[in-house]
Structure formats: structure tokens, C-alpha cells
Design a protein around this ligand. Sequence first.
Ligand code: ADP
Length: 316
Amino acid sequence: MKKLVCAGEILVEIMAERIGQSFLAPGPLVGPFPSGAPAIFIDQAARLGQPAGLIAAVGDDDFGHLNIERLRADGADISAIKVHRGAATGTAFVTYETDGSRHFVYNIKQSAAGLIEIGAEARALLAGADHFHVMGTSLFSPEVIEVARIGIETVKARGGTVSFDPNIRKEMLDLPGLRDALHFVLSKTDVFLPSGPELFILAGATDEESAVREMLDRGISAVVIKKGVQGAVHYDKTGRTASPGFVVDEIDPTGAGDCFAAAFVSFWLRGEVPEKALRIANGCGALAVTRKGPMEGIASLAAVEAFLATARTGAP
Ligand code: ADP
């Protein structure tokens, strides 16, 4: 089976216990939960039985070891996760507003995540990789952009493929080197997995069909647009395939897009038709939101198949 690799931040998430609770006063917290978009992606791929490894850096502390142990237990290749003495693992503290939005207090750039590099272990992992996945959240400094560039170049030189989940907001476009990095990543991307708003940040056009056409004309093979509770839409040169989302009780939306992307890419690498890859991906995305904590709802292949056997779809 094809092996996929991702590089980027590992962190823990600690959240306010109650909706509407603010960090401007002391209050009860829950966590730490293992997190970081690349870690969520790799963990979900591994739980689906896809060979998957992560290039990352953590501190030699409980938060770092919590993540490493979760990834190891779920079957991911952790050989290229470097443990740094004297650096702390990154954190994200989250509050949930009454309108459904989330508010984050991050410490990622100054954490061990900023020390990521391509050492001997990362080189060895890339030497056996068939696919490299890029997360927009992992392009936060020129050093981590360089890691992504090496990952992309190495895997492409082996005849492998690249997927890209932009995961960006408009304000991020002014980060040093990010615009050029996005241009470079898009020029190497085979599978592009934006959410609706992200597609329009990166494309010139303002309607979906034209924005997708722009991406396909750049040489991207498949554009998969994530649409939250409504599911997802897949476009390639042959046309459009829509697939509805599944009805679940949403407890915590963090990580749904990463689980969706991991499942879609895993089944795309297995040569499955878009309908099947989208259905499994929508199933993984739906299950991801049913538990508090970004990696707590990650499902095994058996669990997602059991869910899909009885799941009810919402409106496409
Ligand atoms: P992102 O997390 O990147 O913003 P989305 O919110 O679109 O992406 O979620 C990714 C996928 O997860 C969706 O395409 C869908 O399959 C699933 N999903 C997300 N939220 C829900 C929900 N409330 N109910 C069911 N499925 C969901």
C-alpha cells in the first residue's frame, strides 16, 4: 500500500469546559488532548490502515509524549518526530462562543514545533514515501516552509503525488514567505482540498465553477471542496461529484477537515472512485465532530464502515 507523509506542528489542545466561558477569568478546563492538523491527518490515515508517517518536533515533556504515544498506538510511523530537550510542546487553548464560533490562544511558533527540520530520520521517511500532504497551518515561518518544500520535491522526484489542504485565513497571507509558498505548493499539487472560503482566497474567480476551473487549469488533478455538514464536492477534468454529509450531533468541530482529508487521500491513493472516497471521508469528518478533542473522534476503518451502514445523510 502507498505510504503518505506529512510534516508540521504537533500541539495539545486545552479547552474551556463550558460554552460561553471566557479566559478573562479563571474557570474549569478540559484536556490536554493531542492535536495539530498534521498529527490529526496522519493519525486518521493510520487508523484507516494507510501506511503514514509524520515529520515533527516536540518538547521532552508530557504534552509531547502524549502525542507520540497516541500516534504510535494508532499505527503511525513516529520515527521522524524529534524530541527536543529544553523546548516546550506547543499549546492551543480554546473557548467556544455561544454563536458556535471558537476563540484560540496559541503558542505554536515559539514552541518546539518551530524547530522542525529535515534530519536523517525525516530523510529516511521521505525516501520511502509515495505521497506528501501539505497543511497551510504548517507554513508559518520560512524554516517550516523549507521543510514542506523538501518534502514535496523529494516525493515528486520519486514519482509520488502531493495533496494540499490550505487551512488558511485571509489575515495569514501577510506572513513572511507565505504567498510564494502557496504559489509553489499549488504548482505541485495533485489533490487540492480547500473549504469553500479558502478556494476563493486562492483563486481569482468568485464563483465555484470558475475557481475550480482555474485550479484544474494549473495542472491539479482533483479539487475536493469541504462543505461542513453539507458534505463535499469533487471536481476533476471529467466533471463534478457531490456527496452529502451525515447527520450527527456536533460536539466539537476541530479536526473534521483534517480527518476528511486523510480519508479522501487514503482512498484516492488506493485508486477508489470519487464517490467511495468522498463517502468514507464524509463519514470520518462526521465522526470527528462527535467527540470533544480534535483526535478523540478519529475512527478506524471498521468503525467508519459500521457507522456508514446505518448513517443518515443530510441535504447535499
Ligand atoms: P474544515 O474543518 O476544514 O473547515 P469542514 O467544516 O467542511 O472543514 O468539515 C470537513 C468535513 O467534515 C465535511 O466535509 C463533512 O464531511 C464533515 N463535517 C464537518 N462538520 C460536520 C457536521 N456538523 N456534521 C456532519 N459532518 C460534518
